[in-house]
Design a protein around this ligand. Structure first.
Ligand SMILES: Cc1cc2nc3c(=O)[nH]c(=O)nc-3n(C[C@H](O)[C@H](O)[C@H](O)COP(=O)(O)O)c2cc1C
Length: 188
């Protein structure tokens, strides 16, 4: 009997990967794992013109959509918003006949410049990550998807490659390995 595992579609969004320190390393780690389809959205769509049918087919073929990105203005980089606006179409992702994504999972892997303490009611950012992610959680929920606990790396601007980057890579690898093994109901 084959091991049940989740097929992961990793949508990577960083507008300047050559300037990225952390996300670039995390992506390199993800590329070493079987069962993870990596799509660098800014590389594939430098003009932001998204191939909606291609993206929808990829979603159908996977159990989990993982959005990996730096936190930009308390949200995703622009291309992921464009992806949501176009790909999560009425009749596909929601609405009477829009059942294509039901039972699948949606999860984020996010790096933030702000520290963990900054993302509290008393902190500089006033809200927790969970609160700030509410529109994304509800988007997934409207599509009948399970919004899983995000992978969060805070305070990454203070990262020192020699020390912190390998630790971050290992943590991300563990997160991805757990994700490939977590039954989301996508096969049900
Ligand atoms: C346009 C822009 C917006 C940003 N907004 C936030 C933010 O809202 N909260 C935060 O903690 N960090 C913010 N940052 C910092 C980024 O999250 C940080 O630079 C990134 O996670 C570093 O990852 P990288 O090394 O892969 O580029 C922002 C950075 C940029 C360039």
């Amino acid at each position: 009997v084959a091991e049940p595992y989740q097929r992961i579609l990793l949508l990577f969004a960083h507008p300047a990967i050559e300037k990225s320190r952390v996300n670039r390393e995390l992506l390199a780690e993800a590329r070493t794992l079987p069962g993870v389809t990596v799509r660098d959205l800014y590389e594939i769509y430098p003009d932001l013109i998204i191939d909606v049918r291609a993206e929808q087919s990829l979603l159908i073929e996977h159990d989990v959509v993982l959005l990996q990105h730096p936190f930009y203005w308390y949200s995703t980089p622009a291309i992921l918003k464009e992806w949501m606006d176009l790909v999560l179409e009425y009749g596909f992702a929601y609405g009477d006949k829009g059942t294509a994504l039901r039972g699948k999972s949606w999860v984020h892997a996010i790096t933030t410049g702000g520290s963990e303490e900054a993302y509290t009611a008393e902190g500089a950012n006033r809200f927790t990550m969970r609160e700030l992610l509410a529109p994304l959680d509800q988007t997934a929920t409207l599509c009948g998807m399970n919004f899983l606990e995000p992978f969060l790396l805070h305070g990454v601007l203070a990262y020192h490659s020699e020390r912190d980057i390998p630790v971050a890579r290992r943590a991300y690898r563990k997160f991805l390995e757990t994700l490939t093994r977590t039954e989301s109901g996508g096969h049900a």
